[in-house]
Design a protein around this ligand. Structure first.
Ligand code: 5MM
Length: 343
């Protein structure tokens, strides 16, 4: 394992003003997202959609990396250039999702376990040779009546740690994604407790597996009220809860924290990241983004599967990336959004 290269790549992914686009939706997830906006999900529509995103001119100014799905890393743009090369040509680092999605925990139908460890060590060298430099694995934790269970938290944390060890061994930077879901009517305090529990358990497991913390990135949820909660925490409250929770749970050796958006609106995801970066200026890690829905929702709607809409969808995508880039330094404001509307 070349720790120096891993650490350099991890730091490069969180350079100032840039973040990560998660475009690694599996067939089921992209099918659901496409269906919601009236697009049929086929190999060709998925390819054309991702080509639209990746060929957006100037996107490398705001994006340091893109997480791909296995199908996408093998696909090409209309001119024959591999989509992965399209990203490299934009100065964007390609990464790959390597988990095999979630299944119900055995004997615990309301909880999830992420699979994909079997054969992982054999799958990684091919991705490395293709040009991927980092990977991602997502664990899913649900808050509800009597859950999460200790069994679920520990099994998922162990899997995240083993995944990270396999990746570093293969020369790839692992993004460790323990997601506590926004679904439910739980309070922000409940989210806080479960997020801290999951993070602490994950870092204990990472240490036990000798993972170099300076050569990983953490992709957590923000600490936020449940989607159906009667009382919704405000922007500054979410920012304060999230940063305080991370300060209690995430070692300073980790170079960067790249949040998922997890069902927040695109504006909320930008506002929350911006508030964290403007309220705190001496944190041990970079605070950045690795959003899927919060970057893609509007461009996907506008594109709608029609080649005639590519230019407009790209304009909207570039704008959203630019807003999140500003949020990285706490310099985002409403006027920036309004300028776009006026344009
Ligand atoms: C939580 O999902 C990740 C971040 O996306 P959001 O910003 O929309 O929350 C995302 O990278 C996710 O892991 C991928 O879309 C893959 O999901 P599936 O469900 O296909 O494994």
């Amino acid at each position: 394992m070349n720790t120096e290269v891993l650490q350099r790549t991890a730091r490069e992914l969180v350079t100032a003003g840039r973040g990560i686009l998660a475009a690694d939706e599996s067939h089921g997830t992209i099918g659901k997202r496409f269906k919601a906006v009236g697009i049929e999900s086929t190999e060709e529509s998925r390819r054309a959609y991702r080509e639209m995103l990746f060929t957006t001119e100037g996107i490398g100014e705001y994006l340091s990396g893109v997480i791909l799905f296995d199908e996408t890393i093998r696909q090409s743009a209309s001119d024959g250039t591999l989509l992965l090369k399209v990203l490299e040509n934009q100065g964007v680092i390609p990464g790959i999702k390597v988990d095999k999605s979630t299944v119900s925990m055995p004997l615990r139908p309301n909880e999830k376990y992420t699979q994909g460890l079997d054969g992982l060590g054999d799958r990684l060298p091919e991705y490395r040779e293709m040009g991927a430099r980092f990977t991602k694995w997502r664990a899913v934790i649900t808050i509800g009546e009597g859950i999460p269970s200790q069994a679920c938290v520990e099994a998922n944390a162990r899997a995240l740690a083993l995944y990270a060890a396999f990746c570093q061994d293969a020369g790839l930077v692992p993004i460790v994604e323990p997601e506590v879901l926004i679904d439910g009517d739980h309070t922000i305090d409940q989210c806080d407790r479960v997020t801290e529990w999951m993070l602490r358990t994950t870092f204990t497991a990472l240490r036990e597996h000798d993972v170099d913390l300076a050569g990983i990135l953490l992709k957590p949820n923000m600490v936020i009220s449940g989607k159906e909660a009667s009382e919704q925490a405000g922007v500054e409250e979410v920012a304060r809860y999230t940063v305080e929770c991370l300060l209690r749970s995430v070692p300073a050796a980790v170079p960067g924290i790249v949040f998922l958006s997890g069902g927040q609106t695109d504006l909320q995801a930008t506002q929350h990241l911006n508030a964290m970066n403007s309220m705190y200026d001496d944190l041990p890690w970079e605070l950045s983004f690795s959003y899927a829905r919060a970057l893609q929702q509007k461009p996907m709607e506008v594109w709608g599967g029609d080649a005639q809409n590519v230019e407009e969808a790209q304009r909207i995508f570039l704008h959203r990336a630019k807003m999140n880039s500003a949020a990285r330094s706490g310099s985002y404001n409403q006027e920036m959004e309004d300028e776009e509307k006026a344009a």
